[in-house]
Design a protein around this ligand. Sequence first.
Ligand code: ZN
Length: 532
Amino acid sequence: MKILFVSILYCLLLFKGSAQKPDATIDILHYNFSVKLNDSTDKIEGRAKIKFKVIRETNSITLNLIKEGSDKKGMIVTSILEEKQPISYQHNDHLLKVSFDKNLPAGTEKEIEVIYSGIPKDGLVIGYNKYKRRGFFADHWPDRARHWLPCVDHPADKATLDFFITAPEHFQVVANGVQVEEISLGNGQKLTHYSETTPLPTKVMTMGAADFAVQLAGMVDCIPVYSWIYPEDKDKGFFDYGQATEILPFYIKNVGAYPYKKLANVQSKTRFGGLENAGAIFYSEGSVTGTRKSESLLAHEIAHQWFGDMATEKEWAHIWLSEGFATYMTILYMENSYGKDTATKMLLQSRAQTIAFSKQRSRPIVDSSVTNYMELLNPNSYQKAGWVLHMLRLQLGDSTFWKSVRTYYARYSGKNANTEDLQKVFEEISGTNLSQFFKQWFYTPGHPKLEIAQTYDATKKLLTLTITQQQETAFDFPLQIQLNGGAEDGVITKSLPVKNKQTVISIPMMEKPLKIVIDPNVRLLFEESATR
Ligand SMILES: [Zn+2]
């Protein structure tokens, strides 16, 4: 039994090391970020203890940290210590290369401490909110943590972390994980310490310091859910963000246990509508209205706690594994709460957005040509990928779809995955070969553009439909059509297999149909170019 135990342990260790950048030399294990904030200047003072493990023998490691530029924004490193002794480093542009006096063999674990200061140009939003109150909000997505924190700024190097924030006493500090302590330092300053024990990618590590009103909105499965709202907006905000307690159970039931120790929904100065920081979601100031109009925004960011934060894309090109899932999970949550018509309306809107975007840019969902990651925040990653998940659900059926989603999440939770990893899970659970489905929807630009022509032969009492795919690559899909006939035929709904550029199908009908409705149940991502 001992041997078995050892081999299981070995597997777990192997697994832990697998969530890595493909070319990584090191794996960051833990960050301790100590940062001093203040009221009179935007300059921050930082000390970052970074514990890492060597994957490939090396005598140097490279971290990301933006160096101070001619605009006097950016970070200046004062020293880097190893066991309290200074060691050598080079800091250029956004790279901090740290050198050791001898080779570090694979498997070595080390801790260094980077001492630095500066005015962040980005990544930490410092300034006044709409009520003229000063605050600090980390805003890292996609790779902007490097503006103020030395780190390996890539979604495939996850690490646990602690934030030790020293700030003027009036600030309340929120961050990932749980608050370990909050102590007055006696000089008008306060130290707040948060600890996160689940490894996170840097894009969703966060810290916010501002004047807040805080409410415990409720407990969901023993997880405390808090609302952090600007004091002036507290009544409206507690009402709006309180909905999180209604949203969480849907994902817990369908996907898996909530992965973090608390959830704080925070009104903030994020540049996005919402940013899915792990266990401390930041929403834009305008998300608080007192009318609960941000329900789908909350549902989207909360879905990310599973998809994006815990099961994370290995490379940016697979960002849809975060955004497509968050988009579709929101539609499913809304369907569950408000019924099918609400979901159908959202799907029709998503389809229109996808079609409009395809006219601007002809790229597949998995798009490794993009190097400015902000450009990945486009309808392909969100609406189109959400639609592809919808078609996958219709093709496989609800029970297989959810079982596949749960298996994917369980397998990659705390780790990283790409589109092929997801495909394998869906194929394994459904017993279906999905290579054509994945190829056409994820790796091929565009969608079916259909021209449908009809002729009716009154003698043979036969309707003939000619379906032409006008886009470049032919797709393979089932097409539902509804024929509204006269008294004898009634309403006929048929699912037609379409695979070639041109498909000709004959349907016996007593009379020429009065009307033909293509995709009456909103089951296909397509564009109707003409129906004659
Ligand atoms: Zn999102």
